[in-house]
Design a protein around this ligand. Sequence first.
Ligand SMILES: [Zn+2]
Length: 429
Amino acid sequence: MTTFHVKGATLPDGTRRDFFVENGVFVDSASNATVLDADGLQALPGLVDLHTHLREPGFEQSETVLTGSRAAASGGFTAVFAMANTSPVSDTAGVVEQVKALGDAHGYVTVRPIGAVTVGLEGQRLSEIGAMAQSRAQVRVFSDDGKCVSDALLMRRALEYVKTFGGVIAQHSQEPRLTEGAQMNEGALSGELGLAGWPAVAEEAIIARDVLLAQHVGARLHVCHVSTAGSVDVIRWAKARGIDVTAEVTPHHLLLTEQLASGYDSRFKVNPPLRRDDDVQALREALADGTIDIVATDHAPHPLEAKECAWDEAAFGMVGLESALSVVQAAVVDTGLLSFADVARVLSGAPARIGLLDGYGAPFTVGAPANFTLYDPAARSVFGVEHLHGKSVNSPYLGRELPGRVVATVHGGVATVLEGLLVEELARG
Ligand SMILES: [Zn+2]
């Protein structure tokens, strides 16, 4: 493990100072340290993504735990929560322990598996929630993401079960009957383009039902990838009533709109779909006022053949780990809505707290685990495939100018990114 002296970094609270890392934790001072010149750089606690698709086991042509971990580190992340829609599905202690072990072995980021709510994501009966919680993977977040737990009784039972150990159900809110065959946001544009519409109410109705169920059970609910202004209203109402609900928004829903579907370029096909300008505005304001708690990437890698086809046939999803911080800067920092202290909260502190992940998202205090990233907000570049470090290149930002650059990432005292480049051989041991 390297000893670091980080010089002249700007901390999230806006103060500018040096800090030191030794034996994996922040310390007061250190001798014989490797100096990292952080003049002009923003220091942030290592980012934490509550919503990542790592695709292993089963879909290794799209991504693996290793390649996804490298993509994450290059984006400034030090921990990711891996979604359960693998093959086999992460619905047993055996699978979640395997995913966690792969993450530990590669060491780029901490990988915390998310357990499936229902067996095989089939929405019929509850998975082995207790066994996964008690396993070495210590699963605390459960989700059928990609599919909605649409059966209200099953959702109630799941909330009751996780309440016993303080876990949380992360719901993919999509009423299945209202979205059969849906291809893009429902409205005038979907009519013009001849694509089947995905009505906002399909998301909002499930969120409304679920916050009431969470209130009835007294359990924690997390709402994945909120995409409409109406969903924000429902969540704001629920929070005002004291319901224990948290919510996430993706970087792409903070920046992109349905207009991008006009060219039938399937890079912009995503679940939930890109919405309208006023939805984007409402999501930004909700993130700023705390109605939406966190930004989560929904990093969803797909091989070329799943995207280079007609819109109707293309897979839903975008990669997002490498671009997340830049997109958040463009959408909500450069527009004056969020400070970097807020960014530290929505991309690190709050997701760590929701996922019950100790040692992440903490401030730069002596004795705390050294998980941080150094970011240059003044950099600008045209986003290209050279910015992508996972296995798939289905990014909606290719060819677009974005602000910011991750200069260094340190995970548990070990550098995973230095001078903007991924470290190939991690100095673990
Ligand atoms: Zn989802």
